[in-house]
Design a protein around this ligand. Structure first.
Ligand SMILES: *[C@@H]1O[C@H](CO)[C@@H](O)[C@H](O)[C@H]1NC(C)=O
Length: 398
């Protein structure tokens, strides 16, 4: 009965917050910050090596859209050319206050096991207006608690919505909404920088220092976008044999990517900003996992690396400073999954396909729900092709 009441309360709260946020978004349409869809646009073939084993999966422009594409908004592109001069002048300012904190997030086990940090901290990049996806993540793969014995905790990483600084009224409005959301779910981290695509690097360094300060005993951290689906059980199974005191950063690793020198590209980087012909190896920002040891070392290393506007490349630079190479994992698909033309034998919503994966990128709130239902629903008929999706040396023993 209490459970039912609580559920009712949650549902009403969800509706209220959702409605209020939609209204806010509607009134702020013109000054809207890019949503977390932006990194999805990073399924950009151009950032990838020119030739690579994964190239057949690069979506083909003429291919049919995957199922449920229709209910995801088109990825926004930053307006106008990026002002590098301004970026370079401002980039020494890299410490911003934490406006909403969750200081107790990692204290104790929550079930009579004080002192021990969580086994897995899930950190999800989000923007204020994306309440719907946060809700989907909270209630599906991002749920806190015990998963196969492992203690899982969750935070969302947010900055200040762009344009909200101007009208005092709207600023008070979204601050109140996020404060309410934080009280309801205790999972919002909000920093005082503008939440723009090119400030994701600030989000990265602020999160790393937050986690090493407030989550010093965490064993592993998953960091990703709000539009990914994470198969947490597979992830935990992968981590089972890993030692959190050793270095680990695994994900969808991109090697030998060349900086884009085309001015019109969203990822344009002038030679003056980065002169070398290739970027260091980096893990796609859509989702990667790291050990507690690497988290603490990265927090330190990144504080000594000059800001770079592409967050996952920046993290690659921090790794390089530590002389670490990220570990490629074939089950992290942060650059989106194959489209039918590239891999006709795969069906986007074939649960047999998802069973093999750890991270899939580019999903709407509805997709996330559906994936969850497919994975946690009644057992489906035996998969026709038992190991369809993951080529390469790594295999889940499902
Ligand atoms: C990053 O945030 C700062 C502080 O809010 C802001 O002044 C700056 O314009 C933002 N930078 C970019 C590239 O969006």
């Amino acid at each position: 009965m209490r459970g039912r009441l609580r559920l009712r309360r949650e549902a009403v709260l969800t509706l209220l917050l959702g409605a209020a946020l939609s209204l806010l978004l509607y009134t702020q349409r013109d000054g809207a910050a890019p949503t977390t869809r932006a990194p999805a646009a990073r399924g950009l073939p151009a950032l990838r090596p020119a030739l690579g084993p994964r190239d057949p999966q690069v979506p083909d422009a003429g291919a049919a859209p995957p199922a449920y594409e229709g209910d995801t908004p088109a990825p926004p592109t930053p307006t106008g050319l990026f002002d590098f001069g301004r970026y370079l002048r401002a980039k020494d300012q890299r410490r911003f206050p934490l406006l909403i904190n969750q200081p107790h997030k990692c204290r104790g086990g929550g079930d009579g096991a004080p002192g021990r940090g969580p086994d897995l901290l899930i950190a999800v990049k989000s923007v204020a207006g994306d309440f719907e996806r946060r809700q989907a993540v909270r209630q599906t793969w991002g749920a806190e608690g015990r998963v196969q014995g492992a203690l899982v905790r969750r935070v969302f990483l947010l900055g200040v919505p762009r344009g909200s600084g101007t009208g005092g009224g709207t600023q008070a409005h979204w601050r109140a909404l996020l404060a309410a959301e934080s009280r309801a779910y205790s999972d919002i981290l909000l920093w005082a920088f503008e939440d723009t695509f090119f400030n994701l690097t600030l989000k990265e360094i602020h999160f790393l220092s937050w986690a090493s300060a407030f989550c010093p005993d965490v064993r592993f951290v998953f960091k990703g976008d709000a539009d990914v689906f994470v198969h947490v059980r597979n992830l935990l199974q992968f981590l089972e044999s890993r030692d959190p005191a050793q270095d680990l950063l695994a994900g969808d690793v991109i090697v030998q990517a060349r900086p884009i020198r085309r001015r019109t590209s969203k990822y344009y980087i002038p030679e003056a900003v980065y002169g070398l012909p290739v970027y260091p190896a980096y893990a796609g920002g859509g989702g990667f996992v790291l050990s507690g040891a690497t988290l603490r070392r990265l927090a330190d290393a990144c504080s000594q690396v000059e800001l770079f506007p592409i967050d996952d490349v920046f993290l690659g630079m921090c790794l390089q400073r530590l002389r670490l190479t990220p570990e490629p994992h074939p089950a992290f698909r942060t650059f989106g999954i194959s489209q039918p033309s590239a891999a006709p034998h795969l069906r986007t919503f074939d649960p047999c396909f998802y069973r093999e994966l750890v991270v899939v990128h580019g999903l709407s709130a509805a997709d996330i729900w559906l994936m969850w239902r497919l994975l946690h629903g009644p057992p489906s008929p035996a998969c026709a092709h038992p190991q369809p999706a993951v080529a390469g040396p790594f295999q889940w023993n499902s």
